[in-house]
Write a protein that binds this ligand. Structure first.
Ligand SMILES: Nc1ncnc2c1ncn2[C@@H]1O[C@H](COP(=O)(O)OP(=O)(O)OP(=O)(O)O)[C@@H](O)[C@H]1O
Length: 265
């Protein structure tokens, strides 16, 4: 079943050259895609292909120039006020650099409690904080509650940020390059966490990356973006094993195989 549908989404930015002159940059050009329930969907493309613009449109940090975002059969593209607030509870985003998104002056407990208090959580807040930390495998939670961002590893900070995103019980989690700043060993752990969140919470996850290796490890379907357009989409395994589009072939060729031994003369 389709949970979200992006229909012919276009986003233009005006880059000002002077007070009167400006160039139009088309970051997204008539992009259409579907996100199904409990799906792990990959969005892949090189730098500048429009991935982050698409993510920001989906959480309505940007508004489309044209096209629609349909969530649960409702056009949410122009939601404002209370409707926007309700929509954002359902669709949360985690970014590449959790360090920049966490407040250095506050501990883990504060970060997780905040969305619960803002959204008037009805149950026991402390219990819920513990539950969220367990969901992201920061176990036992008591060891992390008092920690400040600088006292944790990059992987642990990313987990805290994910726990915070999960606090509103979203139906969709958008992860924009969530592992590109982490060491290889930590990357696998965070990718496994995404798989377990889908399994345990039944949420849909959009994994955005330029890295075809990691996308092939966890996603069911992918969309390949090039210069703001979808150039190829389908079952991840099929697309990677049998790419039709030339750009996809180039991306696959450019992705280093993490299991391949480096030959030295
Ligand atoms: N706020 C903005 N103002 C002007 N141009 C923008 C803006 N945001 C993005 N762009 C342009 O839109 C295009 C797509 O950018 P976007 O950041 O979405 O790509 P990306 O695939 O996420 O790249 P990266 O992986 O480097 O973040 C680029 O040409 C970029 O310069």
């Amino acid at each position: 079943m389709s949970l979200m549908e992006i229909q012919n989404l276009t986003k233009e930015f005006t880059v000002r050259k002077s007070l009167t002159k400006g160039d139009i940059v088309k970051a997204l050009d008539e992009v259409s895609l579907e996100l199904r329930e409990k799906e792990l969907l990959g969005i892949v493309g090189a730098s500048g292909s429009g991935k982050s613009t698409l993510a920001r449109l989906m959480v309505l940090l940007y508004r489309p120039t044209s096209g629609k975002i349909i969530f649960n059969n409702e056009d949410v593209s122009h939601h404002k006020g209370q409707k926007l607030k309700m929509y954002r509870k359902n669709i949360q985003m985690v970014f590449q650099d959790p360090y920049a998104s966490l407040d250095p002056f506050h501990n883990v407990e504060w970060h997780i409690k905040r969305p619960l208090l803002i959204n008037h959580y009805k149950g026991n807040v402390s219990d819920r904080v513990q539950e969220l930390l367990t969901q992201v495998k920061l176990d036992p939670p008591s060891q992390f509650l008092d920690k400040y961002p600088h006292q944790m590893s990059g992987g642990q900070r990313q987990r805290v940020y994910m726990a915070r995103a999960l606090a509103t019980e979203p139906k969709v989690l958008i992860a924009d390059e969530p592992v590109s700043m982490l060491d290889v060993s930590l990357r696998i752990e965070i990718l496994e966490l995404l798989l377990s969140l889908r399994e345990n919470l039944g949420i849909s996850i959009i994994y955005i990356t330029h890295d075809l290796n990691t996308v092939s490890m966890i996603t069911d379907r992918i969309y390949v973006l090039n210069k703001g357009k979808v150039v190829e989409s389908g079952n991840t395994k099929q697309v990677i094993e049998n790419p039709v589009d030339e750009y996809t072939r180039r991306l696959i060729k450019a992705a280093p195989d993490p299991y391949k031994k480096i030959e030295v003369d």
